[in-house]
Design a protein around this ligand. Sequence first.
Ligand code: AMP
Length: 216
Amino acid sequence: MRLLFFGPPGVGKGTQAKLLSGILGIPHISTGDMLRNAVAKGTELGRKAKSIMDSGGLVRDDLMVGIVRDEISGAGARDGFILDGFPRTLAQAKTLTALFDDLGIDDFKVINFVVDDEEVVRRLSSRLVCPQDGAIFNGLMDGLSAGQRCPRCGGTLMQREDDREETVRKRLHVYHNTTKPLIEYYQDAGVVVRLNGVGRIEDVLVELKQLVKEPE
Ligand code: AMP
C-alpha cells in the first residue's frame, strides 16, 4: 500500500504515520525526520537545511527530491510506504509523478488530514519530542516539560526549534500558500481522501485504518 500523508504541520501526520507503519509493516518515510537526522549528524544536507528549517521555510526542491527518490526506489519500500511531508511544492509533486511512472507505481492514496490553524498553534506550542527514539508527546496532556526524561526510553525531551509560535505561524503561511494548493493536483487524479485530524490519537487511527482498508 502506498500512501501520501498531506496536511498542515501539527495535524498529527507523523504520529499517525508511525502507528500505521507499524500496523501495516511498511516504512514511514518522513522528509522532516530525514532532514532532522541530517542536521543531527552534521552532514552537508543538514548544514544546508538547518537555518531554513529553524525559520519555518522550505528546503530547496533539488535537495529534497534526491533523498525521496533514494528511499522510494529502495528495496525496503517495494511493498509500500507512507510518505509524510513530501511533496510540499508543485515541482516536488511533478517529480514524484515522474518517479512513480519510472517505478510503475499507479496505485496510491493521498490522505488529506484536516485541522484548523489555531488548533495547530495550540498543539505545536506544547509538543515535545524525544531526539533519542523519536517519540512525540503533548506537554500539557501528558504532564511533561522540556528537559524531563522520555517516559519510553529515558532520552531528554525537547521542544523543536520550529515549534515556537512565530515559526509555527510562518510554517502555516507556507503551507497555505505553497503546499495546500497541491491537493487540487491530486484531486484531479481522484486519489484524495479526507481525514478529520481533530480528536484523540486512537480515534483518528480508527478512522485512518478504515480509509486505507483495501476492498476484500
Ligand atoms: P516536518 O517535520 O514535516 O514538519 O518538516 C520540518 C521542516 O523540514 C519543514 O518546515 C521544512 O523546513 C523541512 N521540510 C520537510 N519536508 C520538506 C519538503 N518536502 N520540502 C521542503 N522542505 C521540507
